[in-house]
Design a protein around this ligand. Structure first.
Ligand SMILES: Cc1cc2nc3c(=O)[nH]c(=O)nc-3n(C[C@H](O)[C@H](O)[C@H](O)COP(=O)(O)OP(=O)(O)OC[C@H]3O[C@@H](n4cnc5c(N)ncnc54)[C@H](O)[C@@H]3O)c2cc1C
Length: 488
């Protein structure tokens, strides 16, 4: 009797097939893992590789980053532009193209990688909602152990009752819905209140007045879509604590900032205040040399994980309290044409931005009465609006999550929230940190909640890097051979 080695397919389940999940799958297929591999991409949405950001929508929302900086392949920076030029021949690297076109590009990249992959790699797409993930008995969660062929490390439970086995799980759950302000409690359930503009499209009946909570990128999307949707004028009021609207993108070419990074890193080890001073000095230096302040922001953005990891915890808190709104506004910018449209609406008296705090809402017939206090004033002002849209952006704090999967991971101790309410704790390659502070083996997270440990990680550029590194890690042969011995 001899024995024969059978390679069992290793199964990697990716939960969430938006930008991050689809990109991990695309990279895994491209890397041609050495032994049989089954990649299962699960998403509750019918279309994979879209997510909330790049879905097909009634309004042609624009990317807020030029085409030349949106490639999913770090080795081919103009990959997206080349794809776009097949549809829009005149497109240039500096153009802000439609987000749905970018979704098509993500779909095409995944399909191309799938078709070009060797036969021992298989991609399955499954439309389902994952409700919980549990470790299978007998496998340890601590780092350093690895799944042996056949003994899958995880049981992935679907909402419809099915259970799948996986050797590795990648969580790519995307952007959670926005948090609800205490004042919006009175509006919950009213058709005049949109709690999450990406899950239910707002309506903009002609002649109405709309209050938008938030003055960032989502606010701009809502105002531009609303103004385009209505033939008769809609009046928009947007409010946030600081009343800051993002500035415009420009076609600057980032030339790097060698020599300056040391000063930034040293400042971050001390305090948020010193870091702000170092960033100001860097900005002045860039401008003195005839450059664009956005170059300094890009330089800081590229160093963000290292700066964030150096900042002591109390200084991170200070940063969040005092600096964050200013950083966010300079970092997340708008296409010039979007800003020009907002300016036009402002000149026509159809768009007003307020800095202040909402006190309460009251539903009065067809109207909502909004009481708010301008920043730095004791005066209470009132606005009468027809609708309110919450554009405050995703609430990344896992402890406030209502997602059964996130709640189950936290309850089992498989995942842990960071202390500042920014996201989930992760280690190298996005390995989830468990409730005892240990990095998990075979359980990874990728997506905007990486901000807890990396700060900047919501945009395609950062997530692309994380997806490439995670796929590379997953495709690296493990020390223990994963095989089963069969008696012949
Ligand atoms: C409106 C918007 C516009 C943006 N525009 C830009 C831009 O122009 N440029 C840029 O660089 N960045 C942009 N971003 C940022 C960035 O590209 C996105 O945040 C990115 O899409 C995040 O990818 P993700 O895969 O982590 O999340 P998503 O793309 O949202 O995907 C998450 C997926 O997981 C699925 N899912 C979640 N939980 C489960 C579950 N339990 N079971 C099954 N499926 C589940 C969801 O259905 C979803 O499809 C934008 C973001 C948003 C929200």
């Amino acid at each position: 009797m001899g024995s024969r080695v059978t390679h069992l397919p290793r199964t990697i389940i990716i939960v969430g097939a938006g930008f991050s999940g689809a990109l991990v799958a695309t990279n895994l297929l491209r890397l041609s893992y050495w032994r049989p591999l089954s990649v299962v991409l699960i998403d509750r949405a019918p279309r994979m590789a879209r997510g909330a950001a790049y879905a097909e929508r009634a309004h042609p929302y624009l990317l807020n980053v030029p085409a030349g900086r949106m490639s999913v392949n770090s080795h081919d920076p103009l990959d997206f532009l080349k794809f776009a030029q097949q549809r829009l021949r005149a497109a240039t690297a500096d153009d802000f193209l439609p987000r749905s076109l970018y979704g098509e590009y993500l779909e095409a990249s995944l399909l191309e990688a799938e078709l070009a992959s060797p036969p021992h790699l298989r991609l399955s797409r499954l439309q389902a909602t994952v409700s919980s993930i549990e470790r299978s008995g007998g496998t340890s969660g601590a780092s350093g152990t690895s799944a042996i062929g056949g003994a899958s490390a995880f049981r992935v439970k679907l909402e419809d009752g099915r259970i799948l086995s996986a050797d590795d799980v990648v969580l790519a759950l995307g952007n959670p819905p926005p948090g609800q302000l205490p004042a919006t409690q009175t509006l919950l359930g009213s058709p005049r209140y949109v709690a999450d503009p990406w899950s239910s499209a707002p309506e903009f009946p002609a002649g109405e007045t709309v209050l938008i909570i938030g003055t960032g990128l989502t606010m701009a999307d809502a105002v531009i879509a609303g103004a385009a949707a209505s033939r008769d004028k809609v009046v928009f009021h947007a409010i946030s604590r600081h009343g800051l609207v993002p500035p415009s993108q420009t076609a600057f070419r980032h030339a790097g900032c060698e020599g300056d990074s040391g000063a930034l890193l040293r400042a971050a080890s001390f305090s948020a205040k010193r870091l702000v001073r170092a960033v100001r000095e860097l900005t002045e230096d860039v401008q003195l040399r005839g450059g664009d302040w956005r170059e300094a922001v890009t330089c800081v953005r590229n160093l963000a994980p290292a700066l964030w990891q150096r900042l002591p915890t109390r200084e991170r808190k200070r940063f969040l309290r005092h600096v964050r709104p200013y950083w966010d506004i300079h970092r997340h910018r708008l296409p010039q044409q979007t800003l020009a449209q907002l300016e036009q609406l402002r000149r026509e008296d159809n768009f007003h931005v307020h800095a202040g705090r909402i006190l309460d809402f009251e539903l009065v017939g067809d109207y909502i009465r909004v009481r708010w206090r301008p920043r730095g004033s004791d005066e209470v002002k009132t606005l009468l609006v027809n609708r309110v849209i919450n554009c405050t952006g995703a609430d990344y704090n896992p402890t406030r999550s209502r997602d059964p999967l996130v709640l189950s991971l936290l309850a089992q101790g498989l995942a842990a929230a960071d202390g500042l309410g920014l996201g989930l704790r992760t280690g190298t390659h996005g390995a989830l940190i468990d409730s005892r502070g240990r990095p998990a083996s075979h359980l990874y997270y990728i997506g905007p909640m990486l901000r807890a440990d990396h700060w900047e990680c919501t945009a395609a550029q950062e997530l692309r890097g994380h997806a490439e590194r995670l796929a590379h890690h997953l495709a690296t042969p493990v020390a223990k051979p994963m095989f089963a011995l069969e008696r012949a």
